[in-house]
Design a protein around this ligand. Structure first.
Ligand code: KMH
Ligand code: ZN
Length: 278
């Protein structure tokens, strides 16, 4: 078990518009440049949403395949595609993300209110996603928006078996309006609930919006890992827009170093997560 910190960058997401957030990477070139710079700073996983030529969220198969190939060619990062997409994406397109053959994909463990929208994740859909990932050797990151979703994960694993790679890694996505808050108390409750999951289960945490710093500190002190990026945070401090994903990764790395849990390498991250070497 490493004492270091796995740092995931989530550079784009599906929620912010390029017109509102000009620093958001939306083209393949912008994404690859961001990925290289974040890797150099200490990120080892990239959580990817892509945009079309109008900078709108898309799950286009060809673009997803090009993206996976380009990130593999230009970086050593673990490439994790979002299977969540945007709240409007249909289940079929979300399952088809796996056809782009990423190292990892996200797998959200239940339906959650998402601001004024609903992020739908029916049980049957989650089972489909989990079993298809097992068949294809794609390692899941289970996204947990609320405490009860950890019990759904425990039921999923006991009925359908461990994920590809044999290791369970979850990400607590905190402070979504409709999910759990981005507080130390909520993170500790989630961590305690991990006792019902397989030994060695690891966790990252993501604090949406202004909860990002509280969640970074809570996760580091609780032995967890970090996800940061402009998918989750577009304001660096009050009245100060985020300038780049690198700024957020650099801040997370600085916190991790202060906690004496420096960023782990991509090779260490592969070993920890059960992702095969290329
Ligand atoms: N964009 C959200 C609806 C994921 O990537 O798996 C879903 C999301 C989670 O971002
Ligand atoms: Zn996402």
């Amino acid at each position: 078990m490493t004492n270091g910190t796995l740092i995931t960058v989530a550079p784009t997401g599906a929620e912010s518009a390029k017109a509102d957030v000009p620093a958001l990477p939306v083209t393949l070139d912008e994404l690859v440049t961001t990925a290289r710079e974040c890797e150099a700073l200490g990120a080892s996983v990239i959580h990817v949403h892509i945009r079309d030529h109008e900078a709108k969220p898309t799950l286009d198969q060809g673009l997803l395949k090009d993206t996976v190939q380009a990130l593999r060619a230009e970086t050593d990062l673990i490439v994790q595609l979002s299977s969540g997409g945007a709240v409007t994406d249909p289940e079929g397109a979300r399952l088809a993300v796996l056809d782009a053959e990423p190292d990892m994909a996200s797998c959200t463990m239940g339906t959650v209110n998402f601001g004024d929208d609903v992020f739908m994740n029916r049980s049957e859909f989650v089972v489909d996603l989990h079993t298809r990932m097992q068949e294809r050797g794609v390692v899941p990151e289970y996204e947990i928006f609320d405490l009860g979703q950890l019990w759904s994960l425990q039921r999923l694993l006991s009925k359908y078996g461990l994920p590809a790679g044999g290791h369970v890694h979850v990400d607590f996505v905190m402070n979504v309006p409709g999910g759990m808050p981005g507080t130390t108390e909520a993170l500790v409750a989630c961590k305690q609930a991990l006792r019902d999951l397989p030994d060695g289960t690891t966790f990252s945490a993501t604090g949406i919006g202004r909860s990002t710093i509280d969640v970074i500190m809570a996760s580091l002190s609780a032995g967890g890992h970090l996800r940061v990026g402009m998918e989750d945070t577009i304001t660096y401090a009050k009245g100060q827009p985020v300038e780049s994903n690198m700024q957020l990764v650099a801040r997370a790395v600085a916190f991790a170093r202060l906690a004496q849990r420096p960023p782990i390498t991509t090779a260490e991250a592969r070993t920890m997560l059960g992702v095969s070497a290329r």
